[in-house]
Design a protein around this ligand. Structure first.
Ligand code: NAD
Length: 348
């Protein structure tokens, strides 16, 4: 693999590797950028087809964290760790303890959190050997489930878009189509329902869609219908790449604003939305509420402070959409430019 070629392509940064034969730990810690503060980002623990796939995943994800933290005004850089999940039997506690020692040795340069394949129990194991961990048990100063904070931030981003594009000060009777009502989508529906919005939902899991119907009066539509619905806001809250060659021509909503990461299948789909006059809230800016919450844990957890900071996602999104209009530039490019300006302002 052309490791340094990849580092060059993603503008790195540094990468740390750890092999611990005794536990089967194979860890990659990618610190993309730490000019704004220590790198903060989750620990992914899944199977990979190859070591190269794991490294590229870590590089890509950590870079995304730099952008998310910077656009949100957090004093953190972007980092991510990837632990290659062993195919053979392993001792989970021993493996996460070895990982905890590894990140402790990085001296606070990288702070970890939960991500796909890891949970609170793993963070507690890491905590037994390192201070550089968030997402621990609330009884140990942890910040708990990030999803309600992510959903709050998405709701604030939707409010900013609705004000900017539709001139409305409230979400009352605003029709939002929520694609995916899992952790974040569920809490987003709760927020929207409390504000009098009209909600439509679709989920591959019919029980989750029915729960939104039961609790928030949502209308359940099919997976094919949700992106093409005649509504005010399309909120992708399922997997990435929901904005693609198939869905862009179908969209009838004037606003796309949701929680999913990597919503644009390719950057050019952001150009397509702009050309069609559809206002797109850049994913990493609108879905940063969960990161705000864990960043608060680093400072000493205070739910009210985390809430207040998450509410400011309205201003972040407003700034982006306003600049986008003034500069006639797609919102995703504006967001990237804001981040790059912030980073270059603090120097190399
Ligand atoms: P989740 O797995 O709990 O929810 C995703 C939901 O989408 C599930 O209910 C699933 O059944 C559904 N789904 C999957 N494919 C679908 C499809 N094609 N159509 C409709 N529904 C589909 O995940 P989550 O934690 O709610 O995260 C949702 C998205 O938000 C992800 O992209 C995630 O990366 C992103 N995100 C989450 C957080 C957080 O705090 N959890 C923070 C930032 C970003």
């Amino acid at each position: 693999m052309d490791l340094f070629g990849h580092l060059n392509d993603y503008d790195y940064g540094e990468v740390h590797f750890k092999l611990d034969k005794a536990t089967g730990l194979k860890a990659i810690v990618a610190v993309h950028d730490s000019r704004l503060g220590p790198a903060l980002g989750g620990c992914r623990f899944i199977h990979y087809e190859s070591d190269e796939a794991a490294v590229v995943d870590a590089l890509r994800l950590a870079r995304g964290m730099t952008y998310k933290a910077a656009i949100t005004g957090l004093a953190h850089g972007g980092g991510k760790s990837v632990l290659i999940r062993p195919r053979e039997h392993f001792d989970r506690v021993a493996l996460f303890r070895a990982f905890g020692k590894f990140i402790e040795d990085l001296g606070g340069h990288y702070i970890t959190a939960e991500d796909s394949g890891t949970g609170l129990d793993d963070m507690e194991v890491i905590r037994s050997v390192s201070k550089n961990v968030t997402g621990v048990d609330p009884s140990h100063g942890g910040s708990g489930d990030p999803s309600p904070f992510t959903a709050l931030g998405v709701r604030r981003g939707i409010e900013a878009c609705v004000k900017f594009k539709l001139g409305k000060d409230s979400l009352e009777k605003v029709h939002v189509a929520v694609q995916g009502v899992g952790h974040v989508g569920y809490y987003l529906c709760k927020e929207l329902h409390a504000l009098g919005a009209k909600i439509s939902v679709a989920d591959i899991d019919p029980l989750k869609a029915e729960r939104a119907q039961r609790e928030f009066g949502a209308t359940v539509v099919t997976l094919d219908q949700i992106a093409a619905l005649q509504c005010d806001v399309f909120a992708p809250c399922a997997l990435g790449a929901g904005i693609n060659d198939t869905t862009v021509p179908l969209l009838k909503a004037p606003i796309v604003a949701g929680a999913a990461n990597n919503q644009l299948a390719e950057p050019r789909h952001g150009d397509d939305l702009h050309a069609r006059g559809i206002l797109y809230a850049p994913d990493y800016a609108i879905n940063a509420g969960g990161l705000v919450n864990v960043a608060q844990e680093v400072l000493g957890y205070d739910a009210q402070k985390a809430t207040d900071k998450t509410m400011k996602i309205y201003d972040t999104i407003w700034d982006i959409v306003d600049r986008s209009k003034r500069l006639s530039t797609p919102t995703y490019k504006v967001a990237d430019r804001i981040v790059e300006e912030k980073l270059s302002a603090v120097g190399k």
